[in-house]
Design a protein. Structure first.
Lengths: 276, 96
């Protein structure tokens, strides 16, 4: 099935929504996820900015996130994103889809200066973002994300791996974005031994792969959608006491997309976090 | 008169001794970063009777000082540490 150029751009715009943050947590990677959760009754508040630049459109998002530690192993929260989306001739601004998320750390192995752990996460993207604007601010459907992650954290080295699956809902126009599998491998290195009450820096390198199924309209596959993209993401995590800044620049290194599609140039994410 | 003075001194000494706080030195596993360790400080500071908290990441030590007369059992300390996402391996205590 062929689609009109306008539709293609609209689908492309909301595609970015599917790659935007799937819940951020302290000391987790920038674009991947890790098993970190909050301490019991802890509150994490975060402000996240994300810039996505591609050949046909730019997207800027600022998101406010709040997370609560239900137990020492279980956290939940919500993200409220405000977006600006631009293509060659049009611009839209406003609230995009609100995200609700939870993460449960089901395994933890602690030793001196080392913590290994694994967690599962669930997230739901609500359909509050306006899908009628051009470009659209939401995809007009509720989407679900589930993921599994493992992390090794030590005084010197970090490593994480994770897999997430995103199931996208169908909107009122019969359009469904392709479901997506995200696979992440991340390494981290701390050059200076940390001391409590002193600033701490960790350098990160992520390999993020996204496998996307074809979009569908009324059940028919959209030929110019879906495929595989891999990114390399250098990043940094800087903390002082209960305040953190982390940032990562995602650059495409491999692409095998179905037919001609809008291609990402880069994605830049910066997050400011406070633990209370 | 002499008896009264001795009694007064003893009373003062005894009440002073009973009123001292306690220092708990805990070996905690899983401490890999200062940002994460903040949860331990937060967990103890909001606990009634805790005067100060210090953390030595390299040696995996958490040192807690209590206010005068306040004590914790080992199980109470383990629970506080566990609620912050870490594991208490051992603990020593001494009166200040």
């Amino acid at each position: 099935m062929k689609i009109r150029k306008g539709n293609k751009h609209n689908i492309g715009a909301v595609l970015f929504l599917t790659t935007a943050s799937t819940s951020i947590f302290a000391h987790d990677p920038n674009f991947g996820i890790g098993p970190h959760v909050l301490f019991k009754n802890g509150i994490e508040t975060a402000l996240e900015t994300q810039i996505n630049q591609s050949a046909a459109q730019n997207t800027n998002i600022i998101g406010y996130q709040m997370t609560y530690g239900i137990t020492g192993n279980w956290s939940a929260g919500a993200t409220l994103p405000y977006s600006e989306r631009k293509n060659d001739t049009q611009i839209s601004t406003g609230m995009s889809d609100i995200k609700l998320f939870t993460k449960y750390r089901f395994w933890r192995l602690d030793s001196l200066g080392v913590q290994e752990s694994a967690a599962i996460m669930f997230a739901a993207n609500l359909n509050n973002g306006d899908s009628t604007t051009k470009p659209p601010l939401g995809n007009g459907a509720n989407d679900l994300v589930t993921g599994l992650t493992y992390g090794y954290e030590s005084i010197k080295w970090y490593r994480w791996s994770s897999i997430r699956y995103r199931y996208n809902g169908e909107n009122n126009a019969g359009r469904r974005l392709g479901n997506k599998t995200l696979i992440d491998f991340v390494a981290g290195w701390r050059p200076v031994t940390p001391e409590y009450k002193k600033p701490d820096t960790v350098w990160l390198l992520e390999l993020n792969t996204e496998i996307t199924e074809n979009n569908t309209i009324n059940g028919n596959k959209v030929a110019t959608s879906g495929g595989v993209e891999s990114f390399i993401t250098p990043g940094i995590f800087w903390t002082y006491r209960n305040f953190a800044i982390k940032s990562g620049l995602q650059l495409p290194v491999y692409r095998n997309l179905n037919n001609a599609q809008n291609k990402s140039n880069f994605r830049l994410k910066t997050t400011f976090e406070w633990h209370m | 008169m002499k008896k009264h003075i001795i009694f007064a001194v003893l009373s003062l000494w005894t009440s002073a001794a009973l009123a001292t706080g306690t220092q708990y030195s805990m070996r905690v596993d899983g401490l890999a970063c200062p940002f994460c360790a903040y949860g331990i400080e937060k967990g103890f500071i909001k606990t009634e009777g805790v005067k100060s908290v210090d953390i030595d990441l390299k040696n995996g030590l958490v040192i807690v000082e209590t206010e005068d007369g306040k004590t914790f059992s080992e199980d109470q300390l383990k629970k506080i540490i566990n609620d912050t996402g870490f594991t208490m391996k051992s603990m020593t205590e001494k009166k200040r």
